[in-house]
Design a protein around this ligand. Structure first.
Ligand code: SME
Length: 150
């Protein structure tokens, strides 16, 4: 599936008749099945009072990291920076939370609702340096659709 087809499928999921969490899970499944180097796909959501991220729907290996303080790891840094974070090789990162030794790279793209960073989509890959600008553009477009659920 190309990016346009994936984005159309995301729109169909957003407009489908199911709960928000079911829709988010279906988007994770779609991405995990459509792009071979997307090996773990999940959403984290911010609690701005507690300054923590909380794991939402995801597909892939179970993770211990269900709550991540702002600033910690790649996800925690994106909660503060409001910017995409592409990590070609996680072994080169000091501020990184390892989930599994099989993970080699990661991309995190913030989710904005009315200009507020309410969370993020997080993707882990088992290969080194797979993510390009096309992934960033696709994930930003997906998050714009996801934002309509909030
Ligand atoms: N590696 C992330 C932690 C979350 S897992 O990838 C599911 C990080 O450094 O923030």
């Amino acid at each position: 599936m190309n990016s346009a087809a994936i984005l159309q499928s995301v729109k169909d999921i957003v407009n489908s008749d199911s709960t928000r969490d079911e829709k988010l899970l279906n988007i994770c499944k779609l991405l995990n099945e459509s792009i071979d180097y997307y090996n773990w796909v999940g959403f984290y959501f911010a609690n701005h009072e507690a300054k923590t991220l909380h794991l939402g729907p995801y597909v892939g290996a179970e993770t211990d990291h269900t709550v991540i303080p702002f600033g910690k790891g790649i996800c925690g840094q994106v909660a503060v920076s409001n910017e995409n974070f592409v990590v070609p090789d996680v072994s080169a990162q000091d501020n990184y939370i390892a989930c599994s030794f099989t993970v080699k790279s990661e991309i995190v793209v913030p989710l904005f609702v009315n200009g507020v960073n309410i969370g993020q989509i997080d993707i882990d890959s088992h290969v080194i340096n797979p993510f390009t600008e096309a992934d960033e553009i696709l994930l930003q477009s997906i998050n714009q659709e996801v934002a309509k659920l909030f």
